[in-house]
Ligand binder design. Structure first.
Ligand code: ADP
Length: 457
């Protein structure tokens, strides 16, 4: 069973598997059983709230016969050596499980149990595509033109029109569907070899060889695969991919982030993030601590940093006070300067996170909009951003006052201290709230470690 997402390369993989003679004709057998046949129902790619369907051509009336029986699917897809293969998109899995329950007469059995009863000796293969934007552009084009592969006789049903929102929606959807497959398999302790589209295209023979070996089918009579490698991607796809990236960057810059030297373009690193993170064996993210001066941000962030390093995680504390000694040494404490400081720190954290490091930012960052911009910057780069509100009443902060700031303010030597005579806007929806009067540093750190593990960070 090829656990796939649309335009992940599963069709190409099917063609290649078929040409080996090992795996029959994989295809979307199960989807053909239902009137929600994948190529025919573009609307299923869009959540009802997405409001994008108006851009799409009307649904194809020639839906496949819902009465087609499982036997026919098995017959069509099984080779003489007994291997049946099919690709299954994430969205179709619940339906397939429902069918398997009905068919095996076990309406309450566990999902994998009924699937594996229906398909004895079931093996899973995960199909992924690294470049999610290219994948989304390909899907966005196909759902509009209804041309699912080059060489299809069908004339395009409609012109494809660029839409940032349409592509962006699909980028998010494909990313979450791919993650859902991985989680689903992992939660059921099913090991699945992974086929990466980009690697498959680069060296089909090697990838197929490895896959068959991983499935224990290596000694089957394998012919050299003769791929039907016609790809649809063309100049227009490349142009749309570049345009989407440029627009996403521009959107992320926003008012706080809007700074770019004239005449420079973004250089996309040639090393994919997956490779970088894979080499480190972990990915990066930003944990952003906000709160009043002396609320406990640095204390908790530093303790978390120590714990993470002890566990082999690469973490680095970006401390607001330290940043002002160099990178932001030219800034004061006026509202614009504080915004600019937050913008710079957000970019620094994003670079750390992209590099595969957990960036722990400890910064008062009093303006909600500035923090939201920091989050948007991370969203645009598909990096996790965890906002931690260190919630300590100002009286308690003034009592602790490890740096003597509140004392200086009382004596009239310091003005514009956040919480005293400059505003602090608490987060509306922080990921974590730490009330330091009720929770020790150790307890807060434990809770953060648990949250990071829960979120797979
Ligand atoms: P900030 O980085 O928010 O300006 P600091 O971490 O520098 O604040 O200072 C917080 C002070 O509060 C430290 O002296 C710390 O020891 C003390 N403190 C007492 N209880 C806690 C707690 N539960 N969490 C964090 N800090 C605490």
């Amino acid at each position: 069973m090829l656990c796939a997402t649309p335009r992940s390369g599963s069709t190409l993989l099917c063609d290649l598997l078929e040409s080996t003679g090992v795996a029959g004709h994989p295809a979307e057998h199960f989807e053909a059983l239902d009137s929600t046949g994948l190529p025919r129902q573009p609307r299923q790619y869009f959540n009802p709230g997405a409001q994008l369907t108006g851009l799409l051509a009307p649904t194809d009336p020639g839906a496949p016969d819902p009465e087609l029986r499982l036997e026919e699917a098995f017959a069509a897809g099984t080779t003489s050596n007994g291997v049946f293969a099919t690709k299954v998109m994430w969205g179709f899995l619940p339906d397939l499980i429902r069918r398997a329950r009905t068919r095996t007469g076990q309406p309450h059995a566990a999902d994998v149990a009924v699937l594996e009863q229906l398909l004895p000796g079931l093996r899973y293969v995960r199909v992924t595509r690294r470049d999610k934007v290219a994948q989304a552009v390909s899907l966005w084009t196909a759902v509009q033109t209804r041309v699912w592969r080059a060489g299809d006789d069908d004339a395009p049903a409609a012109e494809a029109v660029y839409s940032f929102d349409g592509i962006d929606h699909l980028v998010r959807q494909l990313t979450s569907q791919e993650a859902a497959w991985a989680d689903w398999l992992q939660a059921r302790h099913r090991v699945a070899p992974v086929v990466v589209y980009e690697e498959l295209v680069a060296d089909p023979q090697a990838v197929i060889g490895e896959l068959l070996a991983a499935l224990g089918l290596a000694d089957a009579a394998v012919e050299a695969p003769a791929p039907r490698l016609h790809r649809q991607a063309g100049d227009r796809s490349a142009e749309w991919i570049a345009r989407y990236h440029a627009e996403r960057e521009a959107q992320a810059r926003g008012p706080v982030a809007a700074k770019r030297s004239p005449g420079v373009t973004w250089h996309r690193g040639t090393l994919p993030r997956e490779d970088r993170w894979g080499a480190l064996e972990h990915g990066g993210a930003t944990i952003w601590f906000t709160g009043l001066p002396a609320s406990g941000k640095s204390t908790i962030a530093a303790a978390l940093e120590r714990e993470l390093l002890a566990r082999g995680r690469h973490a680095y504390l970006v401390d607001g006070d330290n940043v002002r000694h160099g990178l932001s040494g030219d800034l004061g404490f006026a509202a614009e300067d504080r915004s600019e400081n937050v913008r710079r720190v957000a970019h620094v954290a994003r670079l750390f996170a992209d590099a595969g490091i957990l960036a722990l930012v400890s910064l008062v960052s009093p303006a909600r909009a500035d923090r939201e911009n920091a989050r948007r910057l991370h969203d645009a780069a598909e990096l996790a951003f965890v906002e931690v509100f260190v919630d300590t009443p100002v009286e308690e902060c003034a009592r602790r006052d490890p740096k003597g700031l509140y004392a200086q303010a009382r004596q009239g030597q310091l003005s514009g201290l956040t919480g005293r005579d400059a505003p602090y806007e608490p987060p509306a929806a922080p990921d974590v709230v730490i009330r330091t009067q009720d929770e020790s540093v150790d307890a807060a750190v434990d809770r953060l470690l648990t949250l990071l593990a829960d979120r797979d960070l």
